[in-house]
Design a protein around this ligand. Structure first.
Ligand code: UDP
Ligand code: MG
Length: 138
């Protein structure tokens, strides 16, 4: 059993897509093991996206991620890291398949509605970044 960090980004929350996205997660039989609505400040968003700090899109990404509330979720299931990335679709919604969250709901390569960890190592870092052990149920 594996865990991953999922985020419904500010564009998803602002567009009223929380329910739709969680419905897709539950429909897949994936367990929500932790969940919180919060507003990220710049320091939190910069620390979370530290690996991207030298990318040209970094400052714009931080503006976007701090522009409104987000929903943080720890998802749990078999192969959930790759499973959730399949449900999200490609980073660029224009390249994401129909039926994926980004393909169906994303605006552009930045405003792409959801986040998902890309490896077990980053999943552990990202879940610990936002959740205390006692806020995760098993
Ligand atoms: N992003 C962007 N421009 C790019 C690539 C990425 O604005 O050219 C944003 C986008 O919101 C993306 C996030 O930065 O989800 C993190 O990028 P990453 O390459 O890790 O994509 P992901 O793992 O989210 O698919
Ligand atoms: Mg990534």
């Amino acid at each position: 059993m594996e865990r991953t960090l999922a985020i419904i980004k500010p564009d998803g929350v602002a567009a009223g897509l929380i329910g739709d996205i969680i419905k897709r997660i539950e429909y897949e039989g994936v367990k929500v093991a932790g969940m919180r609505l919060t507003q990220l400040d710049r320091r939190q968003a910069e620390g979370f996206y530290y690996v991207h700090r030298s990318k040209p899109f970094f400052n714009s990404l931080i503006d976007y991620m701090t522009s409104g509330p987000v929903v943080l979720m720890a998802l749990q299931g078999n192969n959930i890291i790759s499973h959730w990335r399949e449900l999200m679709g490609a980073t660029d919604p224009a390249k994401a398949g129909r039926g994926t969250i980004r393909g169906d709901m994303g605006t552009n390569i930045e405003r792409n509605v959801v986040h998902g960890s890309d490896s077990n190592e980053s999943a552990i870092f990202e879940i610990n970044y936002f959740f205390k052990g006692t806020d995760i149920v098993t």
